[in-house]
Ligand binder design. Structure first.
Ligand code: GAL
Ligand code: ZN
Length: 546
């Protein structure tokens, strides 16, 4: 896609260091085989030190230096964190949480996704960056924002609430359609106009589940709109350079199927817990998701840690070989580049105890030796760049279903990620390639499609899955599937809707199991099995137990 070689590098934040050190940085980058760095992610306050006054001098010198040394640049639009002058002049851009508390400046990402003021300033900076650097020879990729939604994925301020109302009005047209979809006849929530509808703030007890579901959809869309605005500003100056923003793995708040359609290149930040026995399998699962989000195109591992992070209560480091093997795992699962947060470990600030490629203790360290070794091994792998992965098995993942299935007031507190991993694990252990698909996505070419906990689906998606099964595909549907439609309203008469004939059964009743309780299941075909979490009384309507 992007380069004859695999990309190798990391976030480079030279503004944290005296300029005299930059020459040493690039010398060491070359020693490590670095050919790609991300620049400017948190540089707004330095690039625009006062309202409308831009200071690009230092960034010009950084980009020139990198280019002279053959290092390609993933250039951020620098909008990830608004500068102090902006929040002082416009405190209304600060986000508000569910309890009505404003989140203050002093860390990062303190901006309301719906704020027209924030959007105007962010767009202007993206425009200025693109106007200045579109033709720079170091430029290989645009990096819009940073980890959208990482800290603030929904805002409950008055501006966001009114944007939510407009979003609902566009979706439903009339307030009666909303009343119907949200089942507001229950608990006397009937609305007579859109102005009465609020964001789902902290309530005495369960908030209306469909209101919450729509608010999650809205919040994902609202951040996506921020991305789109910056993307349009960049595109106006830079027609050919690909655009990305960095995803955060299996990240519940954002509907990445929608997001991925807007990206030229999918990129991911990946921090599996090195102390977890599941570190490799859970990393593999997100790698497969990233490749799938891009429709099989090569993707980038944009951030990972060489060792420990600063944000776990016990932040273990990667033992010998783990950094190498997790990186190679990403390449094997379709990544065309491996990068870290960050090049030089910070001296101060909240992330000084986050590992870097170049650690506090310098180059006479295990980390540096691992970094150099990985760079040299990746340099010898250019033949595998963009080679793709051929999968015959797909797992269905839908954010709407994730949001609804993990909602409140159910018989069981479902953990979708954990259960997905249990479906993924035997495939991983058996070296079976897996793609992820949207429930409405193309299924031909897959011998097996697994749809874990697809709790709501639309009629069309349910029919699409049924068609796949009825035309000879093997479809696995699990418990807590097909109970509701896209408005979180029960599918009456036995559940499943359009999938019911394909399954050949309906549901009579549920019997969830408490933690630590299991039941024995006997199966002629599979032998003795153990069930945990859930059981149910089914009515057979043509299905054969095995
Ligand atoms: C990401 C972020 C980086 C850095 C890193 C630490 O959330 O994009 O800037 O904070 O995590 O793990
Ligand atoms: Zn807001």
């Amino acid at each position: 896609m992007m380069h004859e070689q695999l990309y190798y590098g990391g976030d480079y934040n030279p503004e944290q260091w005296p300029e005299e050190m930059w020459a040493e940085d690039v010398r060491l980058m070359r020693e490590a085989g670095v050919n790609f760095v991300t620049v400017g992610v948190f540089s707004w306050a330095l690039l625009e030190p006062a309202d409308g006054f831009f200071d690009f001098g230092w960034l010009d010198r950084v980009l020139d230096l990198l280019h002279e040394n053959g290092i390609a640049v993933d250039l951020a639009t620098a909008t990830a964190t608004p500068p102090p002058w902006l929040t002082s002049a416009h405190p209304e851009i600060l986000p508000v949480d569910r309890d009505g508390r404003a989140l203050h400046p002093g860390s990062r990402q303190h901006w309301c996704p719906s704020s027209p003021v924030f959007r105007r300033y962010a767009r202007r900076l993206a425009d200025a960056m693109a106007a200045r650097y579109a033709g720079h020879p170091a430029l290989a990729l645009w990096h819009i924002g940073n980890e959208y939604g990482c800290h603030v994925n929904a805002c409950y301020c008055a501006v966001s609430e009114s944007a939510f109302r407009s979003w609902l009005e566009r979706k439903y047209g009339t307030i009666d359609a909303l009343n119907e979809a949200w089942t507001t006849a229950f608990w006397g929530q009937h609305y007579t106009c859109f102005d009465q509808v609020g964001a789902p703030r902290t309530t005495p007890t369960y908030v209306n589940p469909t209101q919450m579901l729509d608010f999650r959809r809205f919040s994902s869309d609202e951040l996506l709109e921020c991305f789109r605005l910056e993307k349009a500003a960049v595109r106006a100056h830079s027609a050919d350079i690909p655009i990305t923003t960095n995803f955060i793995g299996m990240f519940k708040p954002l509907d990445y199927w929608k997001w991925a359609q807007e990206l030229d290149v999918v990129s991911d930040d990946s921090y599996p817990d090195p102390l977890s026995p599941d570190v490799a399998v859970s990393a593999a699962m997100t790698r497969d998701l990233m490749r799938s989000l891009g429709g099989g195109r090569p993707w980038l591992l944009m951030e990972q840690a060489t060792g420990y992070v600063n944000w776990r209560s016990v932040a273990g480091t990667k033992p010998g070989g783990m950094m190498h093997s997790l990186s190679m795992q990403a390449v094997a699962r379709g990544a065309d580049g491996i990068a870290f947060f960050q090049w030089r470990q910070s001296r101060g600030g909240a992330e000084k105890f986050h590992s870097g490629m170049l650690p506090h203790s310098g180059t006479d360290t295990r980390t540096w030796r691992n970094v150099v070794r990985l760079g040299s091994d990746l340099a010898r792998l250019s033949a595998v760049a963009s080679s793709g992965v051929d999968s015959r098995v797909a797992i269905v993942l839908d954010w709407n279903s994730w949001w609804a299935a993990e909602g409140e007031a159910h018989q069981i507190q479902l953990d979708l990620h954990r259960n997905l991993l249990e479906w993924y694990r035997p495939l991983y252990e058996g070296n079976v390639h897996v793609d992820f698909v949207h429930p409405g996505g193309a299924l031909d070419g897959y011998d097996l499609v697994i749809a874990p906990h697809l709790y709501p689906y639309t009629d069309e998606d349910g029919q699409h899955l049924a068609d796949y099964a009825q035309s000879g595909g093997t479809l696995i549907v699990t418990w807590f599937s097909g109970h509701v439609d896209e408005n979180d309203q029960a599918r009456l008469g036995g559940y499943f809707g359009p999938l019911r004939p394909a399954l050949g059964l309906s549901l009579d009743d549920f019997a969830p199991l408490p933690e630590h309780r299991s039941i024995a299941v006997s199966s002629d075909r599979w032998g003795p099995l153990t069930g945990t979490q859930w059981s149910e009384y089914v009515r057979l309507e043509g299905a054969h137990p095995m």
